[in-house]
Design a protein around this ligand. Structure first.
Ligand SMILES: [Zn+2]
Length: 748
């Protein structure tokens, strides 16, 4: 019975995250989603509009027209800029940021930011059309209610090519007639789901409390924010925070299978997500405008979380840690709690050992399940199309192990002891994580406090023990089951073991509701074993990709100009390729293009390259300090991009582009760099010049240098296009989409 309830709760784990629908009638001061989406439909026409392209020129013109129609006077600022990604790849382009202002002119502004470029493969309605749609509608409202402090809408260019517009803004602030007070950035990593506030600057207290006043359903917790900080992902806000500004980042992140693909179109953009982001952004804008910003830099840090996306709680970080410690103390005390006759009870070692054994076993079992299924599935992400099946398989397997653990490890343990021990381990893990990353504390503290209260109630009123334990368990499920869903949505199920471990960590305290089963009753495990088996079999036979959850598959026609060879490559693992395509290709028939993963499936095509990208050495000088500077000019008619690959042995120190210099990271023994990469992206690549400065070299090792110059075109030749046309509806183009690439060696 309890297991059935848990199964049902887990099956519907995403329910608290379900959005309210689109409001059909709005008061004049409310965010109007149909109007916002209609406006977006006039700005974006369904064609990809990447940085420095003709399509972006047209998009920009339509965007400016909409802004003027709202009664604003938009301005442009153009920059040639690079971003040195991790110090090994410089990405450069010509960008044009758009801004317009509202309210008074003096004082720091509330900056409302989103980017208006897309990747080459995507029409960009979610990423970041949703941000444009929301800010334009907010701009409409700020005409009705003129703000009391300066507001600047900043629509950046070149976000997708290395956060270039944001970088240009930060580097050239004097060119803009406003200064930054606070920033709200809007983003998308998918096309649906709630808008969550997933990133803040530090200290966060003032911003988080003001954001929470938005009036929209809250959706954020400090654990997500902390995890995001640890990941290498970045958006424009990363650049702004690095520049010392403070702000919040709000994004939708479900439907990631359409992110940066040709399916990020108007039809897929979830209107309920627009509504949620719109309500939140408009509410947060008003709350930010109404609040006092003087304590932004001194307000300290909060830990926080929503509860079922209905309530929002926050605490100063230190309090969070202290309270979590107290909850842990209570669980330790409950393990050897005082008896009514006086003295302390003997520790039930079996009950104490149950949770850690279950956690370890569940992690191993989930990993083993994944490995076992992988033996029969050629696809890397076999769960892609039907993640619910694999999710349920892992969860039911953990449930089965829980039942077995109760039967085998602690058949005679009392409810109280199982309760205490489950929470003891849950809180130990929570404390460990929270001391490493304080943002974690809140999601452990909320159920922890309920645990203490329910434990006290059960101790004082033994009659209500089962009810008290059930309430604590439900609370734990309410906080953690949606989190498991979020982890699946944002990270995928690739780390199956992690999902087993989390499920076990959360299930262990709930076992108290079941209590000691007694070792004879093995039959409890039977139905669980059966459900687990069914879920595993479903996972095994479910197709890996579907129209709704497609395979990301690009084609690259590569021309080795010096060798006179050409081949087309499929950019997905051979095993994952649709039959119609796989049968035309063979693995390792041609070496993968430079920089691509090895072992791609390919076939020869006619050697009929576009007029290839080349570089001319305009000058080559060595300074007194031995540093050598090479000035290059590129020729790449009609190309989307030029790339230079420099062997690390040539020790590049920096590149100059557009009048600024960008340093490279120096090669170190810890992290071996093999190749440095320079990208010039957009129409400006043809004819662009860069200067590369190299570290001094001993004369003995001075020989001829061989760099690779590559050109990229967003199209395929006819014989490669025929292969790409076989791409089924269950596959999508992603990021740069299909490209033709030329590679030549530049020797000097
Ligand atoms: Zn984006």
């Amino acid at each position: 019975m309890v297991f059935a309830v848990l199964l049902a709760l887990f099956f519907f784990r995403a329910a608290p995250l379900e959005l309210d629908g689109v409001r059909t009638s709005n008061a004049p001061d409310q965010f109007d989603t149909p109007r916002a989406v209609e406006r977006l439909g006039r700005v974006l026409d369904g064609t990809p509009h990447p940085v420095d392209s003709a399509a972006l020129d047209e998009t920009r013109a339509r965007l400016l027209q909409e802004i003027r129609a709202l009664g604003y006077a938009p301005e442009l600022r153009a920059h040639s800029v690079c971003q040195a990604m991790s110090g090994v790849a410089a990405r450069c382009a010509f960008v044009q940021n758009i801004f317009f202002t509202a309210g008074p002119k003096d004082g720091p502004a509330l900056v409302l930011a989103a980017h208006y470029d897309s990747v080459e493969a995507s029409p960009g309605f979610g990423d970041d059309g949703i941000g444009l749609a929301v800010w334009l509608e907010v701009a409409h409202h700020l005409k009705r209610e003129p703000p009391s402090r300066p507001v600047a809408f900043l629509l950046t260019d070149g976000e997708e090519t290395g956060l270039l517009g944001a970088q240009a803004f930060v580097d050239n602030q004097d060119d803009y007639p406003f200064t930054v007070g606070r920033i709200i950035n809007l983003e998308a990593r998918g096309v649906t789901g709630p808008a969550m506030m997933f990133e803040t600057g530090r200290p966060n207290a003032a911003l988080v409390s003001d954001w929470a006043k938005s009036g929209a359903r809250p959706f954020s917790n400090s654990m997500m924010t902390a995890v995001y900080e640890l990941l290498p992902n970045s958006t424009d806000l990363t650049v702004f925070l690095n520049a010392g500004f403070n702000g919040v980042n709000i994004a939708i992140s479900d439907g990631v299978e359409f992110y940066h693909t040709n399916r990020d179109d108007l039809a897929e953009l979830d209107r309920a997500s627009v509504q949620h982001m719109g309500d939140q952004a408009l509410g947060a804008t008003r709350a930010f405008l109404a609040s006092d910003w003087s304590a932004d830099a001194s307000a300290g840090d909060l830990v926080y979380s929503d509860i079922g996306s209905r309530l929002f709680v926050s605490l100063p970080q230190v309090f969070g840690l202290v309270l979590l410690g107290l909850c842990f103390g209570a669980s330790a005390m409950l393990l050897v709690r005082p008896t009514r006759s006086g003295g302390w009870r003997k520790l039930d070692v079996r009950a104490l050992l149950l949770p850690p054994s279950l956690i370890v076993a569940s992690g191993i079992a989930a990993l083993a399940l994944q490995q076992a299924i992988s033996l029969f599935r050629p696809d890397t992400a076999f769960w892609m199309a039907h993640p619910q099946a694999f999710n349920m398989a892992i969860f039911t397997l953990t449930l089965l192990l829980s039942a077995l653990a109760l039967l085998r490890i602690a058949p005679g343990s009392s409810r109280e002891t199982l309760y205490a021990s489950g929470w003891f381990w849950f809180l130990i893990v929570g404390m460990g994580l929270s001391f490493a990353v304080p943002g974690f504390s809140m999601i452990f503290l909320i159920p922890g406090l309920v645990f203490v209260m329910a434990g006290a109630a059960a101790w004082l009123l033994p009659r209500f023990q089962l009810i008290a334990y059930s309430i604590a368990s439900l609370f734990l499920a309410l906080i953690f089951f949606p989190l498991i869903h979020l982890l699946d949505v944002t990270m995928g199920l690739g780390m199956a073991a992690m999902f087993g471990v989390i499920a076990a960590l959360v299930l262990a305290p709930m076992l108290a509701v079941i209590g000691g089963i007694g070792s004879g009753k093995l039959k409890v495990a039977l139905p669980l074993g059966l459900v687990s088996l069914v879920a595993s079999v479903l996972t095994m036979i479910a197709p890996a990709y579907s129209i709704e959850r497609p395979l990301a598959l690009n084609f690259t026609a590569h021309y080795d100009i010096d060798e006179g060879q050409a081949a087309v490559f499929a950019g997905a693992r051979a095993g994952a390729l649709p039959d119609a395509i796989r049968t035309q290709l063979s693995v390792d028939a041609h070496p993968s293009p430079p920089g691509a993963q090895p072992g791609l499936a390919s076939k020869a095509i006619a050697f009929n390259p576009p007029s290839p990208a080349t570089a001319t050495v305009l000058s080559d000088t060595t300074a007194d300090d031995g540093k050598r500077t090479i000035r290059l000019q590129f020729s790449a008619p009609d190309a989307r991009q030029v790339r230079v690959r420099i062997p690390a042995t040539d020790m590049p120190l920096s590149i100059s582009f557009g009048g600024a210099e960008y340093p490279f990271r120096i090669n170190s023994s810890e992290q071996r760099i093999e190749t440095y990469v320079i990208d010039i992206i957009g129409r400006g690549a043809n004819g662009a010049t860069v200067e590369v400065t190299l570290a001094p070299k001993p004369a003995s090792s001075a020989g001829k240098m061989g760099w690779l110059v590559q050109g990229y075109w967003t199209r395929l030749p006819p014989d490669a296009q025929k292969l790409a046309d076989a791409r089924p509806e269950t596959a999508v183009k992603i990021q740069t989409g299909d490209v033709s690439v030329t590679t030549t060696k530049l020797e000097f």
